[in-house]
Design a protein around this ligand. Sequence first.
Ligand code: SAH
Length: 363
Amino acid sequence: MTGLLAHLRRRIALEGPLTVARYMEECLGNPAHGYYMTRDPLGAAGDFTTAPEISQMFGELIGLWAAVQWQAMGAPDSVHLVELGPGRGTLMADALRAVATVAPFRAAVQVHLVETSPVLRDRQRETLAAAHPGVTPQWWNDLSQVPAGPALVIANEFFDALPIRQFLRGPDGWRERLVAWDADAAALAFVLSGAQATSPLIPPPLNQAPEGSLIEICPVGLRKAHTLAARLAAQGGAALIVDYGHDRSAPGDTLQAVKDHQYADVLIDPGAADLTAHVDFQQLAQTCIQAGSVTFGPIGQGDFLIALGIGARVQALTAQADDRQKAAIDAAFTRLTGAGQMGRLFRVLAVQHPGLPAPPGFE
Ligand code: SAH
């Protein structure tokens, strides 16, 4: 039995079945055994590959997006460039390189990385020290710790890693899906709560879902979105949230485990696979609006990157490339923008101070 499985079994024996959110939190963030706390999961040799790891073009275009937004903000002397869940630091390194020529922006930027994993903090430190020795990033566990002031905030595949709760509509109302210990099978198993879930937990329009529907909410994600949007509304700035998910709230079980680039069983070998859920962009955007920001999108990642000029970046890069490199650049372009690949499933939401014009890519 793995260390985390033994720990979960003890915890369930003491407290009873865990919510899916507690289970996800343990699997991803347990200080000793959590998935992100113990490894660098990214890239071909890891479990999954993200857009910045596919191509430098992704981070470069987002860097230019941030520079244009800074100009729209009135080019403040100082701006916090914040990334939530920066992985290996690749996006930030590519973004800073792309804006090197926008000297006043580079001079204004202070880099902040919001990261809970010690392993990935080390990776980010290495990546940025190698690419940008002059930059002195600061690390935080939570956005609320980033010093006050105007901010440009990037979150790629961050919200999908935050813990969700799941509820099933039965004949007599909503019950929460929980993770229990099945002694006969000597394994973790899903069960339903005995007590009915109280209605404020189930947001409209999901509370109208028919019997048999499973719905998801991400209270931690919504709380973080609220902190972000309230900050942008009060202190100025803009954020870009990129993730896989749906534009409208809808029932469906999207909790998934991925290991070695393959789907795995969510309950088997906890802590050894990445656990994610689709982001409900409708709930996310509503929360941001309630907190005083305005939102644009979500739009498909493909449309977003094309509007930002990824086509011209492909041409510029292929002009200096050999045949093998050209093929790799073309393949990356298709992976990032193709409708059957990341282009449509991945959505891009901009959140910003109400005084700013429509952001690049959303005009
Ligand atoms: N943005 C990167 C990595 C995505 S993986 C990329 O696109 O390649 C998710 C990232 O979020 C990891 O860096 C993980 O350690 C971090 N993370 C997960 N939960 C977090 C939390 N609650 N607070 C801060 N960072 C978190």
